[in-house]
Design a protein around this ligand. Structure first.
Ligand SMILES: [Zn+2]
Ligand SMILES: [Zn+2]
Length: 147
């Protein structure tokens, strides 16, 4: 139990919410986010996805506002697990918002607005070719009737 004797402040619900230490990490009872030390988190993801390779979380700060570490309160950096954006304190661990742990464990890391590659998925239909008929029909609707 890595966080047993420390008080962890939720980086999301600060300043009055503390995280509850669990078996392998600490969870916020309010926002349901999780904090893990990084090796524990990577180990859990690897165990849940035996066929996949995961060596490290890549750090890339894209300018989004960052949150403080639950333990030392220094600003965390942004790390990426594929398309999943997580916060990491280099010393203490990784913060996952509600739902992100489940997505990480399920390797469900492609954002919903990106097409998910799947061999079973039919190719998207090509957009209809604009051959001008729609425009002609529209112009015909303005034809002056002589009656
Ligand atoms: Zn919280
Ligand atoms: Zn820290």
């Amino acid at each position: 139990m890595p966080f047993r004797n420390v008080t962890l402040t939720c980086p999301s619900c600060r300043p009055h919410t503390t995280l509850t230490a669990q078996e392998s990490g600490a969870q916020c009872g309010t926002c349901r986010g999780w904090f893990f030390d990084e090796p524990t988190l990577l180990e859990r993801i690897r165990k849940a996805n035996p066929g996949r390779r995961l060596d490290e979380l890549l750090e890339h700060n894209d300018g989004t506002q960052r949150r403080p570490c639950p333990i030392c309160h220094t600003t965390m950096t942004i790390v990426w697990f594929e398309f999943l954006q997580l916060d990491r304190c280099d010393i203490h661990g990784v913060w996952l918002d509600r739902g992100e742990l489940d997505r990480a464990l399920a390797w469900d890391v492609v954002p919903p607005n990106l097409p998910r590659p799947s061999p079973a998925m039919p190719k998207p239909e090509a957009p209809p070719v604009d051959d001008g008929t729609a425009m002609v029909a529209w112009m015909n609707s303005f034809t002056i009737r002589h009656d």
